[in-house]
Design a protein around this ligand. Structure first.
Ligand code: ZN
Ligand code: ZN
Length: 405
């Protein structure tokens, strides 16, 4: 899914200033809990002040992009790094196991989408075919590292990638039997007009390998390291408020059908463009776990069962691509800190990424991060779970607590 690619995104920051001490924020988009934690008011006020400072720095950044000399920009990046290095911790004993998991855990999810994700990106100039081909090159590399380190991950896969070919209907349209999402604009995409499928080449994996990937999916499935395939829509259409229910349902049906030919029946879903919505359709089609973005990004936390539809929200902590102005060492150090905090709190850190990220970042950030996680796992102080297993571990922790009582 495309995003601004900027370190300026306010979501980059956590509820900083917390150190390793859990803050019970009391209200979160994951569960819609009320706010019973008056004892934490002081901490909350401190957070408000810190967030105001954060907003000022972000504003300065935006202006600074054009006006401020690079030396000053570097200095601002350092302040941003220091603030973003203190991820918030959301551990609400009303909705989470009181003692957390048996040990801290990490989840890694990858948005496997190739050309589909970048067709209507508005904040970055991108050649979506080139991006798809880059992803095609890099998926085997990432998979081989996961396999070598025996790390299971969740691959949020666009349904069209399961096809080895497709063709135009009599109307001349691609996938003419599927309802179309109307034009919309959100923070990352602008689909101004035309047919959502207008760029679909309607050919084959051989002719247009940026749009189909059954060969790569076979590789992921044949890995002995327990990889999970999650649904990421059929055509990467957004699921936000602008998406009619019949379109969401059709996206899910088409994806489920394409996956079934590979023997896959997944319960995990990752929103295209991370744009959340149409939860009823997801529940109706049998999905149980959805990747979610808490109101305050960069949180160490655990899955929460939603009150409104029974789905489990599996919260994201950070994107591996955050912090484009920081050095690679700083970015890696931050990710390691997330893992350390998951370990000490017995909660989870959930890191997500695009397999099409720059190769140098795979080599200098992702692989060292995977090594760091694997080493902790091998020393028995950390678990590495797919989204599905993370929810199951949370349910197990709940059951253990109930049994003790
Ligand atoms: Zn995506
Ligand atoms: Zn097609």
């Amino acid at each position: 899914m495309p995003f601004s690619g900027s370190a300026l995104n306010p979501n980059t920051f956590g509820a900083f200033g917390t150190g390793a001490k859990p803050i019970i924020t009391g209200k979160d988009s994951l569960s819609g809990c009320d706010t019973p934690n008056l004892l934490h008011l002081t901490e909350l006020y401190c957070n408000i002040i810190f967030h105001s400072m954060k907003d000022i720095i972000i504003k300065m950044y935006e202006v600074g992009d054009k006006l401020i000399p690079s030396r000053v920009k570097k200095l601002l990046a350092q302040y941003e790094y220091k603030l973003a290095c203190l991820p918030g911790i959301y551990h609400d004993r009303n909705v989470h196991p009181a003692k957390g998991l048996s040990r801290g855990a990490v989840t890694i999810s990858l948005d496997f989408e190739m050309a589909w994700a970048w067709q209507y990106a508005k904040n970055i100039k991108v050649d979506f075919i080139a991006k798809g081909l880059q992803e095609r090159e890099q998926v085997p590399l990432i998979l081989s590292k996961l396999e070598m380190l025996n790390i299971p991950a969740t691959w949020a896969t666009v349904g069209h990638l399961f096809l080895d070919r497709c063709s135009r209907g009599a109307s001349g349209l691609a996938h003419h039997d599927l309802p179309r999402i109307p034009p919309f604009e959100n923070k990352d995409w602008k689909f101004a007009s035309g047919d959502w499928y207008q760029f679909d080449p309607c050919s084959s994996v051989k002719q247009d390998p940026a749009w189909y990937a059954p060969d790569l999916i076979e590789k992921i499935l044949s890995s002995p390291s327990g990889q999970e395939i999650a649904c990421h829509g059929f055509s990467h259409a957004g699921f936000g408020h602008y998406c009619p229910k019949n379109v969401a349902r059709a996206e899910l049906d088409a994806c489920i059908s394409a996956m079934s030919r590979f023997g896959i029946k997944t319960k995990s879903f990752v929103f295209p463009g991370n744009d959340e919505g149409n939860f009823e359709a997801l529940a109706e089609k049998g999905f149980q776990y959805v990747r979610s973005f808490p109101k305050k990004y960069a949180k160490i936390s655990l899955p929460v069962r939603r009150k409104d539809n029974g789905l489990w929200s599996v919260p994201v902590s950070t994107a591996i691509s955050r912090g484009i102005r920081w050095t690679r060492e700083e970015r890696l150090a931050r990710l390691k800190l997330f893992v350390d905090l998951a370990e000490t709190t017995r909660l989870a850190s959930h890191v997500w990424l695009h397999p099409s990220m720059p190769l140098s970042e795979i080599e200098e950030i992702l692989i060292p991060f995977l090594l760091y996680c694997a080493d902790k796992r091998d020393r028995g102080v950390l678990d590495i779970f797919t989204m599905e297993k993370m929810v199951q571990a949370t349910e197990t922790a709940f059951r253990k607590e109930t049994a003790v009582i």
